[in-house]
Design a binder for this molecule. Structure first.
Ligand SMILES: Cc1cc2nc3c(=O)[nH]c(=O)nc-3n(C[C@H](O)[C@H](O)[C@H](O)COP(=O)(O)OP(=O)(O)OC[C@H]3O[C@@H](n4cnc5c(N)ncnc54)[C@H](O)[C@@H]3O)c2cc1C
Length: 293
């Protein structure tokens, strides 16, 4: 008798290189999936027949200045000495989930968790204008995170694509910050998350502002209206709250068990103010880890 699919024991393969992983994923098609930390994939109601574990692929683990291998964990990002320009990514990683999850959950997994509006690293990477390197059967290419998310989560998904690394630049004078709101505290999914990046001149006036909002709509996205509201300001609280109102006027919020859509819009100005404050935090005097428990 054939076991029902949901009780069948899945196979796990452990390739030693990106090319081998891509080849196996291409051969397996929809019956295979890349396995990183497994914190998202293992909860899937429709697990693949074969997990292609990425863990032995050394190339996916490297961390260089502004470049992180796809297997970099949330905990590693949280502990990394990031420059002020990349602070949003560190704050997002540090405040996401809780230690047990952060220790195994990866950057690559966060960017590829389909249907996951609350993914914390995604808005941070959108605001940082990050790029990714992707390996497919046709070769390797680089693409912006925005474009990657649209293809990896859209109809054009290539099940054999492996995200290799993520890169973000950190020019002098740039600041970034992140804030999230949960119902009860750390360890929960964000109801709303906001990432801000801006170039500040000597007077602290912001230009090249990039804002991304997560968890409000089905997928995190840039918010040009909020960016316009913050440009030319000093990212002070009043300006940040005004940007939050500008975002609330254009976002189409989702309802779920954690919060109704109207509530997500209502709290946006306050979360914008926290994200702007995170941007302006002086790294020299910042001793607050702000970690979720
Ligand atoms: C209790 C709990 C709480 C959580 N709380 C949070 C939270 O607060 N914030 C948050 O952001 N997340 C949270 N998560 C979700 C999860 O931990 C993250 O989304 C995590 O970043 C996923 O990474 P992973 O390595 O575990 O991915 P996996 O589960 O291994 O994979 C996720 C998806 O990405 C694909 N994938 C993985 N790596 C690659 C790659 N290199 N290339 C191509 N595809 C790839 C997999 O095939 C799969 O489809 C939570 C999870 C749990 C279990």
């Amino acid at each position: 008798m054939t076991a029902p699919t949901h009780l069948a024991r899945p196979r796990v393969e452990v390739p030693g290189s990106v090319d081998e992983a891509v080849r196996r994923l291409a051969e397996l098609g929809p019956d295979g999936a890349a396995l990183a930390g497994g914190t998202w994939l293992m909860r899937s109601p429709t697990p693949p027949g074969t997990f292609v574990s990425l863990h032995r692929i050394a190339e996916l683990r490297g961390v260089a200045a502004g470049t992180w291998g796809a297997l970099t964990t949330h905990a590693e990002l949280a502990a990394a000495p990031l420059p002020p320009a990349l602070r949003a990514l560190g704050t997002a990683a540090r405040t996401s989930a809780f230690p047990q999850v952060r220790n195994v959950a990866t950057l690559g997994g966060n960017l590829n968790a389909r249907g996951f509006a609350e993914a914390d690293l995604v808005p941070a990477l959108l605001a940082l204008d990050a790029g990714v390197e992707v390996a497919t059967a046709a070769g390797r290419h680089r693409i912006g995170v925005d474009g990657y998310l649209r293809s990896a989560h859209g109809d054009t998904t290539d099940p054999a694509a492996v995200l290799v690394s993520v890169t973000a630049s950190a020019p002098a004078g740039r600041r970034s910050g992140y804030a999230r709101l949960t119902v009860r505290g750390g360890g929960e999914y964000a109801l709303v998350s906001v990432a801000i990046s801006a170039d500040l001149d000597e007077a602290g006036v912001a230009s090249a502002v990039r804002v991304a909002v997560g968890s409000v709509e089905a997928r995190a996205r840039r918010c040009p209206e909020a960016e316009a509201a913050l440009a030319g300001t000093t990212l002070d609280e009043a300006a940040a709250r005004a940007a939050g109102l500008a975002a609330a006027a254009v976002l189409t919020p989702r309802d779920d068990l954690l919060a109704p859509g109207w509530y997500r819009l209502e709290v946006l100005p306050a979360v914008f103010a926290r994200a702007a404050a995170d941007c302006l935090t002086d790294p020299a005097t910042d001793h607050d880890t702000g970690e979720a428990p």
